[in-house]
Design a protein around this ligand. Structure first.
Ligand SMILES: [Zn+2]
Ligand SMILES: [Zn+2]
Length: 449
């Protein structure tokens, strides 16, 4: 039977901005469902307060940003973004993430508890390997590698996206992808239920977009119930919180990608350092330009290249960050050279920087260096102090310029679809641009040492 609602109210001011306010309430024995509804004043004027829920001992039980005003968490099910399962007895907290305050906001939280009998939730995460892997290794033979096509950054109704899980998969299949990673903002709730939405041969990897007040990053390759704490514990030493969180990801063999470092939205821009704990940088997020003056991806590629020149090597990766139907999944698309359609093989490919990015799935880049019969592909190292032969061939692109870029800038360019040239450099990478100088394709470098 539902009990009478518990009402909590209060005021938040500009001093609370970019902090979390915890509103405690008691959960008595026998409770099987918690319904939370909240509201606050000044939304029209720009006030924005996010919603989340913590169980006993501040265990994470869900987060929905500003996308939901009422949510349920129960033994057997939960609103998207929230974690179903047994409800611990004791003090719980409604979490109010005070994102933006333009004028003092009065908030009201209404909590309704219910003790009707309910079954227990059973998690059904997606397998970490596609059920019928398309890369088959004949017995006794070395592994066969293929460039898998995927998207490392996607959203659904489980955070602030507009798609159901099935709709996202159907878009991915129509685009010819081999995999996507599910990266909802600060919640793993989708990671618990993808199992019944993944068709044979396709892979959905587990991830979270760790959404902090100092920038966003993707934690991928997580365990089903793994939560990555987005809080910054000391604003004077933000990197300490980042490093601790990334270490949690690495402990489970996961991978950390710094997202959209120059995004224009509030708190989306990266204000941590480009710390070497981070494994990769999303140098291309969504359409190359979201509006004619958008320079966020241009700045990201420039920053990544500057770091390369300084000898700080991050894998360049990409993600569509798709939230809604007017955008395309896997624009841009990331290809990873893998010997299996599995999360671990894809992360191995990312770590080896065997990665390139194109605007469209039909665009392909083949790029390698040769020296004295030794060949090195994208992401590899070639040991020599002498000249090397750089060869690049592009397929499927519209009219474009193919550029070979070294630590000294553009070294060679052509409007033909292939180029083979003798060069000397510390690293060589490829960019493919159209007549407006917009990016159509981009590889990780090959290093020469
Ligand atoms: Zn983001
Ligand atoms: Zn995102």
């Amino acid at each position: 039977m539902p009990r009478s609602p518990i009402i909590r109210c209060g005021i938040v001011t500009r001093d609370d901005q970019l902090n979390q306010k915890l509103v405690p309430f008691d959960v008595p024995p026998g409770t099987t469902s918690i319904y939370v509804k909240y509201s606050y004043t000044g939304r029209e004027g720009g006030n924005a307060i996010d919603l989340g829920l913590l169980g006993i001992d501040k265990e994470f039980r869900g987060y929905s940003g500003g996308s939901k005003f009422e949510v349920t968490v129960a033994n057997d099910q939960a609103s998207p973004g929230y974690i179903p399962g047994l409800l611990g007895v004791g003090e719980w907290y409604v979490l109010l993430g005070v994102y933006n305050i333009t004028s003092p906001a009065s908030y009201q939280v209404e909590i309704t508890l219910d003790d009707s009998s309910r079954p227990c939730f059973k998690a059904n995460p997606a397998p970490a390997r596609a059920s019928s892997s398309q890369i088959k290794r004949p017995p006794g033979q070395p592994p066969t590698f293929r460039w898998l096509k995927g998207d490392f950054h996607t959203h659904t109704l489980y955070s602030d996206g507009k798609f159901t899980l099935d709709e996202l998969v159907s878009k991915a299949l129509n685009r010819g992808l081999d995999f996507i990673f599910s990266t909802e903002h600060n919640t793993f709730s989708a990671n618990l239920v993808w199992g019944s939405h993944v068709p044979a041969g396709f892979l959905v990897g587990r991830g979270i977009e760790v959404t902090t007040f100092a920038g966003h990053w993707n934690a991928i390759g997580l365990m089903p119930h793994q939560f990555i704490d987005p809080r910054i514990y000391d604003m004077r030493d933000k990197d300490a919180s980042l490093v601790a969180a990334v270490e949690e990801v690495h402990k489970s063999d996961g991978f950390a990608i710094l997202n959209h470092p120059f995004a224009e939205c509030k708190c989306c821009e990266w204000t941590f350092s480009f710390h070497d704990h981070i494994d990769a940088i999303e140098v291309w997020n969504g359409p190359w330009k979201r509006h004619p003056k958008d320079e966020s991806n241009i700045k990201a590629v420039e920053k990544w290249d500057k770091l390369l020149r300084e000898g700080k090597i991050f894998t360049a990766s990409a993600g569509s960050d798709i939230h809604e139907p007017r955008f395309e999944i896997a624009e841009p698309l990331t290809r990873v050279l893998s010997d299996d359609v599995s999360v671990s093989a894809i992360i191995r490919g990312l770590r080896a920087r065997h990665v390139y990015i194109t605007q469209h799935p039909s665009y392909e880049i083949e790029f390698y260096l040769c020296h004295n019969g030794e060949r090195a592909g994208i992401g590899d190292w070639l040991k020599t102090t002498e000249d090397v032969i750089a060869s690049v061939t592009v397929k499927g692109f519209p009219e474009c310029e193919v550029r070979l870029i070294t630590e000294n800038g553009i070294a060679e360019k052509t409007s033909r679809t292939s180029l083979s040239v003798k060069m000397k450099a510390n690293y060589i990478r490829v960019e493919v641009r159209n007549a407006q100088d917009d990016m159509l394709g981009l590889t990780n470098p090959i290093w020469i040492l």
